[in-house]
Write a protein that binds this ligand. Structure first.
Ligand code: ZN
Length: 84
């Protein structure tokens, strides 16, 4: 298991039309396995997530969808939004 956080920028907030930066806390489950040639050629999978963000100006919530990538040996388990 590993954690990493990624910055994400919403360039046009649906509430105030402004630009906000958030952090995504991404939890991955790492699968230990022997790498095969096929694994090394594996293209990361695009995974869509929809989460609630809070506009820091108006303090209103809105939904946004974003894309993260994972592979069969590093699956995304959960994604949390951290307001900055
Ligand atoms: Zn906003």
């Amino acid at each position: 298991m590993s954690n990493d956080s990624k910055p994400i920028t919403i360039s046009n907030c649906p509430v105030c039309d402004g630009k906000h930066t958030y952090s995504l806390k991404v939890e991955r489950s790492t699968v230990l396995k022997l790498m095969t040639l096929q694994d090394m050629q594996e293209r990361p999978r695009r995974v869509h997530f929809t989460r609630i963000f809070t506009c820091p100006k108006e303090l209103k919530d809105f939904q946004a969808t974003f894309i993260l990538y994972d592979t069969s040996s590093s699956r995304i388990k959960s994604v949390d939004v951290i307001n900055e």
